[in-house]
Design a protein around this ligand. Sequence first.
Ligand code: SF4
Length: 669
Amino acid sequence: MTTRTVFGACPHDCPDTCALQVTVENERVIKVQGRAEHPNTHGALCTKVSRYAERTYHAERVLHPLKRVSKKTEAPRFVQVSWADAIADIAARLKAVRDPQCIQPYSYAGTMGLIQGEAMAGRLWNALGAARLDRTICASAGGAGLALTYGHKLGMHTRHFAGAKLIIIWGSNSITSNLHFWTYANQAKREGAKLVCIDPRRTETADKCHQHIAVLPGTDGALALGLMHELIRNDWLDRDYIESHVDGWDELRAKALAWPPERVAETCGITADEVRGLARDYADRDVMEAPAAIRMNYGLQRVRGGGNAVRLIALLPCLTGAWRHPSGGALLSASGWNAPYKNPELERPDLLAGRQPRMVNMSTIGDALLQADPPIEAVVVYNSNPVAVAPESPKVVKGFQREDLFTVVLEHFMTDTADLADYVLPATTQLEHLDVHTSYGHTDVLMNQAAIAPLGEAKTNTQIFRELAAAMGLTDKAFSATDEELAAQAFTPDIDLDLLRSQGWQPLPIPDAPFANGGFRTPNGRAQAAGADFVPNYESAQAAPELAARYPLAMISPPARNFLNSSFVNVKSLRDIEGEPVIEMYADDAAARGLADGTLVAAFNDRGRYVAKLRVSPRARPGVVNGLGVWWRKLGVQGSNVNEVTHQRLTDMGNAPAFYDCLVEVEAA
Ligand code: SF4
């Protein structure tokens, strides 16, 4: 028996980017664990990725190229074909598209790896002049808000939350989606810190905090303005910090003074005392003795005003001077810290040779597939499952059902999107390929070594795109780079690949208190407050009273604990824990509709109908239902998931989807 240990990195869309230790026995992975030596992983993985071996060896893995033999509106039927035939036919079909801009790549964070993500794929699309993809589906509203305010996606070190005396967890179910931050928050709690959770849903994280403030979805910006109102009225400001490091303060001050606690309470669906109390907790303290820290997550920016909400919250530590302490400040994303270490040429933008192909927003792929002019003729999907995850899925499904659309999907499993493909190509999992990773939660760079050879006939994404490039007659040296060479090209020389190979990670040199003396990454080094404002939801009593009268319940769709976006839904042991698709509803709302716990219900609006089991639960606040996602449609009830009812309108900045800005009514199904 031979046993070896291989170092890896978690590829999933999660801020923690854990360092993995993979045990291989007789060329089979028997264990995937978190590395104890990696400071941000501290030996623990979430339940999902602890089952990564089960996912890799899943009996339903796609292990051979498959070609569709049924109509797209019929039950999917595929036959196995050879790689040579699949690549030759796909290359010919893509070459037959007259305008390369009508070839649409579609990808996101199915892997966060730089190599199996866009390194080789981007080269192919650039060389062809294929349409570009605006990758907005998750984080771009908040990212744009941070960039406007701080100059980039920057924030505190996660580890320094352990030293805070007040932690506001804002729009995040950390226990589910940011587990390793939660370890630090717990440490702070044990040492006397107060934890406050702001979230429309009473999450598992809210259960463990000292206080839960259940705002209505999309009203976080109003709460931030209300907190500022109290800081100003009580003179809990660090005037020196504001004067030295903030632009636009007079404008912001005037806006905040228009938001007294009573107005905030009415808008947010909370009490004025909750606003006053939180402001007192946040600001009435010695910044150096009792630092206050805010951990935002992306849930709060999935609304029309998401970018502005992030701006306003990100400005709070600038008003109190909380940034002066390493354990004070805010964090939504740390990905801007690693940007200077990445090679902007990795995807070879020079291969575009001056062309500027059209840009299609991934968040409105439903409309794009049905309405783009000239029409999208071919789609190549990798690292994503748009039929399940993109908003307003009835339109996405209709788009992918077009018989004149040629669709290729690189996948591990027959997802909802793979079911609508012309070709499904078997891709490797993280255990079967090399990759390098940055993180948006911590500031280390990691390497993932292949632990085993590809299963069946699976190939790496890079190899599939290399072969397609060759079959399409592209001969640039860019397409012969090996994965090792791509890894070497991914970063500036500051990143030591030998260290990544031997240790598995390299920390970046980021100061402990990065903005203690200002130094934001804006052009003048000052945080920018001008223009930040509260923007109400599209679908709210304020903005659309007629719609709110017909569909009086707001619906949010936060992730189910054991799924990660739509990944892991087909891992039976995890799906068994989740049980079935669920809509959580407050008891009085259920009683008013005569709906009993455990019955099958439909959340519906003008866009569609999502069917799930009703759970009458204190996790839902009055007026809001929680549709936990993202189930695969075919594993859901009556082939539906939450995105049946979400819409394709975009956020105030960043062109992102406003998933949690969604009105529905609920009835017995
Ligand atoms: S999903 Fe997040 S918590 Fe789970 S192993 Fe990956 S990085 Fe770690």
